[in-house]
Ligand binder design. Structure first.
Ligand SMILES: CC(C)(COP(=O)(O)OP(=O)(O)OC[C@H]1O[C@@H](n2cnc3c(N)ncnc32)[C@H](O)[C@@H]1OP(=O)(O)O)[C@@H](O)C(=O)NCCC(=O)NCCS
Length: 270
């Protein structure tokens, strides 16, 4: 194509982009003038805040708690890393570390039956002793009545999308790690210590504290007790009411008391 015929096309493009720029500039100016007046935007913000408060008054408490805890928190989702229900309590010792990677909901859990778990009024408690560490590695929800008690210098880690239903208790004296996408049911008890001491025939003290590791995508049934030193593999299922004293392999289903593997290579879905 001869060179002369290219030019009008390019000029056309330039003209069109210049016209677009002018139009953008004009609309921006109009927006700026209306926002300068300020009323519509502020009014909308107020209406939105008012609606949110009406829908869920806990939002006010959650902002307040998050704001109060922020100087003590290592959180990357500000200003609302913690959402708390009315009856929840968070107590941190002075030098405890509390990290939240995404969002931590305390004291509220929507089950398929009933609202907010079951006895929605039980108090959820998160308590960290001196130099204790709580790592919330993503979006984590704990229901009403759940107690996370992390002793001095102990570490508790909970992975992304893990849900802990009502009245479950986790006592940490040394270390407990719970993976991601786990479902931990009602009234479960997980403790890495026996609390008291046992001596054998030769009067030797038996170790009474050992870390617990729970893999990813584990389903822990209602009223299960998980004792010290247990490692549960990924995608395992623990049947309701069991006492787990030994390791559980990945994709194993355990039942019986104390729990023993009854099936392998299982799959489960939430
Ligand atoms: C009773 C207890 C202290 C024993 O601890 P331990 O002496 O270290 O015992 P071990 O973990 O070595 O287990 C020994 C055997 O008993 C079994 N066992 C342990 N606790 C059991 C329980 N609660 N139910 C059934 N069997 C149990 C173990 O499976 C193991 O059997 P195996 O050798 O055939 O696998 C401990 O198992 C326990 O129940 N701890 C929790 C204590 C508690 O409730 N504290 C709350 C504060 S008071």
């Amino acid at each position: 194509m001869p060179k002369g015929e290219d030019r009008p096309l390019i000029d056309d493009k330039k003209k069109r982009s210049a016209a677009n720029n002018r139009a953008n500039f004009r609309s921006r100016k109009i927006n700026e003038t209306t926002s300068h007046v300020g009323r519509p935007n502020r009014l909308w913000t107020l209406i939105r805040v008012f609606r949110a408060v009406l829908r869920d008054p806990c939002i006010v408490l959650s902002y307040w708690k998050s704001w109060r805890l922020l100087p003590r928190l290592e959180a990357n989702r500000k200003p609302l890393p913690i959402f708390v229900d009315w009856h929840s309590r968070v107590t941190l010792a002075d030098n405890a570390r509390f990290r939240i990677r995404k969002h931590f909901v305390i004291g509220r859990f929507d089950t398929q039956i009933g609202q907010n778990g079951q006895e929605g009024l039980d108090r959820a408690v998160v308590q960290l002793g001196s130099r204790a560490e709580l790592n919330i590695d993503g979006n984590v929800v704990i229901g009403p009545g759940v107690r996370l008690l992390v002793g001095p210098e102990a570490v508790l880690t909970i992975g992304d999308f893990t849900r802990i239903t009502s009245n479950t208790r986790i006592f940490v004296k040394r270390k407990i790690s719970i993976g991601s996408h786990c479902q931990i049911s009602w009234d479960v008890q997980i403790m890495d210590t026996d609390f008291h001491k046992i001596f054998d025939e030769q009067d030797h003290l038996k170790p009474n504290t050992k870390p617990i590791t729970i893999g990813d995508h584990v389903w822990v049934g209602s009223r299960v007790v998980i004792l010290k030193g247990v490692t549960i593999g990924d995608s395992a299922v623990i049947a309701a009411g069991r006492i787990v004293t030994r390791d559980v392999p990945a994709r194993g289903l355990v039942a019986g008391n104390p729990a023993r593997v009854i099936c392998t290579n299982i799959k489960w879905e939430p």
